[in-house]
Design a protein around this ligand. Structure first.
Ligand SMILES: Nc1ncnc2c1ncn2[C@@H]1O[C@H](COP(=O)(O)OP(=O)(O)OP(=O)(O)O)[C@@H](O)[C@H]1O
Length: 302
């Protein structure tokens, strides 16, 4: 498997002396879906700015598809790594959506026909067909988020980095955007996402890095959310579904199979019911109120 991103020993402090990253080691393979979680100020944005070369690192600290990022020209970098920032207003600054989505391809020196094709394709990928002449400022927040994604997709990067893609979206827009991101990943794009939304996290990641200035944890979503020490240390919460099922079934059930998302919960319940043996037995009543209380408290204190 090809390595898409390798970060080795990345340490960074801002010019005013604020330390942001310490000795970061990360390896991401092509096609992986990675989520980076961590509290506010953990260094997620700073890390992302190193991954597209906006912030400079030492030689060979950041390798993109085996090449030292600092040796790559801007045109080469934007073909490999696209970043969608948290606030779409940071990315939409032209008079029309067409201009915004065409901006990257034009700067890549593509001809007019190819620019038009790319804009059309990118807008269609995010469900904004026909939005070419719209004024970015007048779009809804959810539409702006999708337009900002289209403005990056039009450069057809092999690695897509998204900072808080699901923040402040209504449930339908959130689900739609998750689908778009997963479709892009299915087409082979490596996705690296920073998010606080732990409920959406399992639907967007194969592997998680927990960042808190340093990398303090790495593993599958299940490994991360089963590690209560790590959750406590980083003030992270497990997804609601996982917490709920843990409370309902942990007493006597195999915690390794507990669902982490609504989809997994539906699958889990269907499987359990169909298996016949399957009484989703609420063992809670067999335990004292005090035990259950303690269990819930251990979560609430994160
Ligand atoms: N331009 C800057 N100058 C000085 N310090 C900065 C600058 N940008 C960020 N920092 C500091 O670097 C640290 C990491 O910030 P960063 O924005 O990377 O965290 P984050 O994980 O993205 O946070 P959030 O979840 O709130 O978006 C913080 O202490 C922050 O105050």
């Amino acid at each position: 498997m090809k390595e898409a991103i390798r970060v080795k020993g990345l340490t960074y402090s801002y010019p005013d002396g604020t330390p942001a990253l310490e000795d970061i080691d990360i390896t991401i393979n092509e096609g992986e879906r990675i989520v980076i979680v961590g509290p506010n100020g953990a260094g997620k944005t700073t890390l992302f700015l190193h991954l597209n070369g906006t912030l400079k690192s030492q030689d060979n600290t950041v390798m993109i598809f085996g090449k030292n990022l600092d040796d790559m020209k801007v045109e080469e970098r934007i073909k490999e790594v696209g970043i969608v920032f948290q606030d779409p207003d940071d990315q939409l600054f032209m008079p029309t959506i067409f201009d915004d989505v065409a901006f990257g391809p034009i700067n890549m020196g593509l001809d007019e026909e190819e620019v038009k094709n790319r804009v059309k394709k990118a807008l269609s990928r995010v469900g904004l067909e026909g939005f070419e002449d719209r004024v970015p400022h007048n779009l809804s927040y959810g539409q702006k988020k999708r337009a900002a994604l289209a403005a990056v997709l039009s450069m057809e990067p092999r690695i897509l980095i998204l900072d808080e893609p699901t923040a402040n979206l209504d449930p339908k827009s959130r689900a739609d955007l998750i689908q778009v991101i997963n479709d892009l990943n299915n087409d082979g794009i490596t996705t690296v996402i920073a998010m606080h939304d732990v409920n959406a996290l399992p639907t967007l990641s194969d592997r998680v890095y927990v960042l808190n200035g340093k990398i303090v944890g790495e593993g599958t979503p299940r490994e991360i959310f089963s590690n209560s020490e790590l959750l406590k240390m980083t003030h992270l919460e497990a997804p609601d579904v996982f917490k709920l099922f843990k409370v309902l079934t942990c007493f006597g059930y195999d915690c390794d199979t507990l669902p982490m998302s609504i989809d997994e919960a539906v699958e889990f319940l269907t499987r359990t019911i169909e298996s016949g043996s399957g009484h989703i037995h609420l063992h809670i009543h067999e335990h004292t109120h005090e035990e259950v209380r303690k269990f819930l408290d251990s979560y609430n204190h994160h």
